[in-house]
Write a protein that binds this ligand. Structure first.
Ligand code: NAP
Length: 297
């Protein structure tokens, strides 16, 4: 019997109110405000059932000066397992980086994003309004125990995999899982300590790429912007082992993070497939069989 996934339990008219209980910076202080990514734990009083891979809406307080309407709700992937970081099913965690943008209308530079900065500034005890949970696509399948997985992430796109991996290993997952994670600098690899600990499981494979530190050694084969070390380069360099996963008709591939990351990763997956003797496009097959999950913004 398939799991029942709750969605849209709380709406903007009827949000759930939670309390911030932890707000921890994940990146070094020395990297400054433009590299400020936080792990935020929120506790709710009501029941809020979710599974990793789902997302929630955050309603920042206050109104938009230009429109006089409440600020827009922003959406974030859930970064905890269903049991929550405190193990009591009463918390949800988010992974949020401060956003800034240039405003072409006013010419102002680095205007702070309302919702991300509100979340990154939360203090323990502050209350937060959430909607959701949303989504039933980007989640683990019921039969995950019989599949291999490739989880590819850029930046805060790592969020859903944190909870998924926790649930998989808590459930005694024995098939293979590859976590392929790209960031700009190696001291900004989010949750690195947690993921490193999973290396004790021999079926956990962890690839990391620091795009602004390491150069792409194979730009003719896997082209990247400014020959940066993107995660698809590390993936291609592991063709021998990843080839086994790509050829397995039960494996699943998940991509989460920056819009645009899919192009480079798709061509590497296809290339690995053809080098391993596959006659048809790996990506086309993954899509056709519903074994590809995409969450890019
Ligand atoms: P970021 O730091 O800008 O980028 C992360 C890494 O990806 C960098 O090393 C970057 O390299 C690299 N990259 C850029 N273009 C790439 C490409 N075409 N292929 C492969 N790698 C590429 O990322 P971020 O600011 O954290 O943004 C993450 C994205 O995830 C956002 O769009 C966010 O909306 C989305 N997301 C967030 C959540 C969440 O819960 N917070 C959930 C789902 C998705 P360079 O910068 O050196 O070029």
């Amino acid at each position: 019997m398939s799991r029942k996934i709750a969605t849209d339990v709380f709406t903007s008219e009827n949000p759930v109110v939670c309390e911030a209980i932890e707000n921890r910076r994940l990146t070094p202080e020395s990297r400054g405000l433009f590299y400020d990514t936080r792990h935020i734990i929120l506790r709710f009083k009501e029941e809020f059932p979710y599974v990793p891979g789902q997302s929630v809406g955050v309603q920042p307080p206050g109104v938009d000066e230009a429109t006089g309407k409440p600020h827009k709700i922003n959406y974030y992937s859930i970064a905890s397992a269903g049991s929550g970081d405190r193990g009591d099913r009463q918390t949800i965690s988010l992974c949020v980086s401060r956003q800034f943008r240039d405003d072409p209308q006013t010419g102002r530079k680095n205007v702070p994003g309302i919702c991300s900065n509100y979340l990154c500034d939360l203090k323990p005890g502050d209350s937060v309004k959430l909607t959701g949970p949303f989504g039933h696509q980007f989640i683990l399948p019921d039969d995950f125990q019989s599949r291999d997985f490739v989880f590819a992430a850029t930046g805060t796109g790592i969020a859903p995999y944190r909870g998924m991996l926790r649930e998989m290993f808590d459930a005694g997952f024995e098939r293979r899982v590859w976590l392929c994670f790209g960031v700009q600098y190696s001291d900004c690899i989010l949750y690195d300590e947690e993921f490193e600990k999973y290396r004790r499981f021999k079926n956990f494979y962890y690839l990391k790429a620091a795009s602004r530190e390491d150069k792409n050694p194979i730009p003719e084969t896997v082209p990247t912007q400014y020959d940066r070390m993107y995660i698809q380069v590390r993936m291609y360099l592991n063709t021998e082992l990843l080839g086994e996963i790509v050829r397995n008709p039960a494996s699943m591939v998940y991509l989460c993070g920056l819009k645009g990351m899919e192009d480079g990763i798709f061509s590497v997956l296809d290339r690995i497939g053809s080098e391993k003797g596959m006659k048809t496009s790996v990506v086309a097959t993954l899509k056709e069989k519903g074994r590809l999950k995409l969450e890019v913004h």
